[in-house]
Design a binder for this molecule. Structure first.
Ligand SMILES: Nc1ncnc2c1ncn2[C@@H]1O[C@H](COP(=O)(O)OP(=O)(O)O)[C@@H](O)[C@H]1O
Ligand SMILES: [Mg+2]
Length: 259
């Protein structure tokens, strides 16, 4: 793909297969076998035929209602999910903050989780050790907590630490899924500032957020996803405006209904 692109998404579709059986029990399996039935499977098309180029240095906002496929798209870009159809190509080092705290091992201390996260994103042990205190400080962890298992953390501490880890790995591409909702007003202010800094460093950032002001303030482009499809893309103001209108009216203009 062209060098100026950070992410190229080509005709991407992602489907989940879910079993409709309420319980996976031995009895259910036997009954099915004796009736010569297959388990009833339902496919959910979480992302449908998406095509999008994301240039290096751009800050992309992704808006859309629950179930629109935003998190699925992010997981696929992160390499956690594989496409059912189409392709995703990524050019650069990715750091992800998906649904808060995913990726932390609850039994390990904050410090060990930071080290693991750092190693996973390609930093050397020395680099990480130098960063650990800074990360803990940014997360406003109470004294001593950095060396306790993260399962003992409050959800606020957990969220702040995940954010702090994700933004300190100096990624080329940063994926944030609803991340800015972590923490109190002071922490929000601080994380917003850090985001601005990353934007200024010309990193590529993808932000999924229900805080639409974040999208208009930070992003230089936005897309609107609905039921797995990308309905529109363009200037954040325009996209957020359209999306708000949709939220207020609750129905789509008829031209969208077929998608
Ligand atoms: N692990 C999963 N297994 C089955 N279906 C899923 C899974 N994750 C998400 N889905 C379904 O895929 C669709 C898109 O979900 P998601 O990507 O989480 O949307 P969003 O983040 O925009 O709320 C929804 O219909 C959701 O129920
Ligand atoms: Mg989501």
């Amino acid at each position: 793909m062209p060098e100026e692109l950070a992410v190229r998404i080509e005709d991407l579709s992602i489907t989940y297969k879910v079993s409709l059986e309420s319980k996976r029990t031995f009895k259910n399996a036997l009954m099915r076998a004796s009736l010569r039935q297959d388990a009833k499977m339902r496919t959910i098309e979480a992302v449908k035929h998406m095509t999008l180029d994301i240039p290096h240095g751009s800050v992309l906002g992704i808006v859309g209602s629950n179930g629109a496929g935003k998190s699925t798209l992010m997981r696929c870009i992160a390499g956690i999910l594989t496409p059912t159809q189409g392709r995703v190509a990524v050019n650069g080092k990715i750091s992800t903050l998906l649904a808060l705290g995913v990726g932390f091992n609850p039994a390990l201390s904050g410090r060990d989780n930071i080290i693991l996260g750092g190693l996973a994103s390609g930093l050397s042990k020395d680099e990480i050790e130098n960063k650990t205190d800074e990360i803990a400080k940014f997360a406003d962890l109470p004294d001593g907590f950095i060396d306790l298992p993260v399962r003992t953390y409050s959800s606020g501490m957990y969220g702040r630490l995940s954010f702090s880890v994700a933004v300190s790995m100096t990624p080329d591409i940063l994926l944030l899924d609803e991340a800015l909702s972590a923490g109190d007003a002071a922490f929000k202010e601080k994380s917003f500032e850090r985001m601005r800094q990353l934007c200024a460093e010309a990193r590529t950032i993808l932000i999924v957020s229900h805080a639409l002001a974040t999208v208009t303030d930070l992003c230089d482009k936005a897309i609107w996803m609905h039921k797995g499809a990308m309905l529109d893309q363009g200037k954040p103001d325009k996209i957020v405006d359209e999306y708000l209108k949709f939220l207020n009216v609750g129905t789509l203009p008829s031209s969208y209904e077929d998608m």
